[in-house]
Design a protein around this ligand. Structure first.
Ligand SMILES: C[S@@+](CC[C@H](N)C(=O)[O-])C[C@H]1O[C@@H](n2cnc3c(N)ncnc32)[C@H](O)[C@@H]1O
Length: 234
């Protein structure tokens, strides 16, 4: 693996380890406090289905997959939950037990790059703030096609991904190298999503600027354009 990616992944692992060990899921004002509303809003689409198979790429400690399993607790629901960080999957399994959904949650320690998505297997595939951590734009493109093919007819994809990311040292205002393996232009990402999911019914598409502080060596101000894309396979 290239040195740049290796160094990003080490720092990324440290910062997520800190985040997950110091914060409880579904408490506090940070991003672990509540699930992503766009994803929760999609779940009514599956009201008539008895069996749901879902995939959460870069699942973290269960912020989205656990509420999905809870909402589908009266159905037969299986969610494959993939994260590169062993500690995230350990916490996910604990959190699933605490929320009584451990039967639905299948934790898998793997880089998204290496996790092969079985064709025609899933009703729902989500990836929140995760695909920007794949190794290259080429591998991202291949994974997006795998996601497309991995959905059953009527299946739904939800991708939330940072683009055009900048980081600056909050105190000196010096630009820093963004700690993301992929830093794609927003318009290029938009075009790519339309190319891959051509023929799908687009349910939601937004590109919103956001900025927040992230722990680096010192504190950095991260700015990005966040793409939210949800679409249904016909
Ligand atoms: C910002 S967190 C988001 C977690 C979760 N999707 C959520 O919304 O709460 C990104 C997660 O992706 C994981 N991750 C980073 N790079 C990854 C990779 N290449 N393959 C799999 N998971 C990765 C991190 O360990 C982390 O748990």
């Amino acid at each position: 693996m290239d040195k740049f990616i290796d160094s990003i992944r080490k720092k990324e692992a440290e910062s997520h380890l800190k985040m997950y060990s110091e914060n409880e899921l579904f408490s506090g004002d940070g991003w672990l406090g509540k699930p992503v509303k766009t994803i929760m809003d999609l779940l009514s689409l599956f009201a008539d289905k008895e069996d749901i198979t879902a995939l959460d790429l870069g699942c973290g400690v269960g912020r989205n997959c656990i509420p999905i399993a809870q909402i589908f607790s009266d159905k037969h629901c299986t969610i494959d939950c993939v994260d590169i960080l062993e500690y995230a999957i350990e916490k996910l399994v604990d959190n699933a037990k605490k929320c009584s959904v451990e039967k639905s949650i299948n934790g898998i320690v793997s880089p998204i790059d290496d996790f092969r998505i079985e064709p025609g297997h899933y009703d729902l595939i989500i990836a929140v703030s995760a695909l920007e951590h794949m190794e290259t734009e080429e591998s991202l493109k291949r994974k997006l096609f795998e996601i497309r093919d991995g959905l059953k007819p009527g299946g739904v994809v939800c991708i939330i991904m940072n683009s055009e990311i900048t980081e600056t040292d909050l105190f000196s205002n010096e630009p820093l190298i963004p700690q993301f393996e992929i830093n794609i232009e927003s318009e290029k990402l938009r075009i790519l999503l339309h190319e891959v999911f051509n023929g799908f019914e687009v349910l939601k598409e937004t590109m919103k600027e956001q900025s927040y502080e992230v722990p680096r060596e010192f504190i950095a101000l991260l700015k990005s354009k966040v793409a939210t894309f949800t679409a249904k396979k016909k």
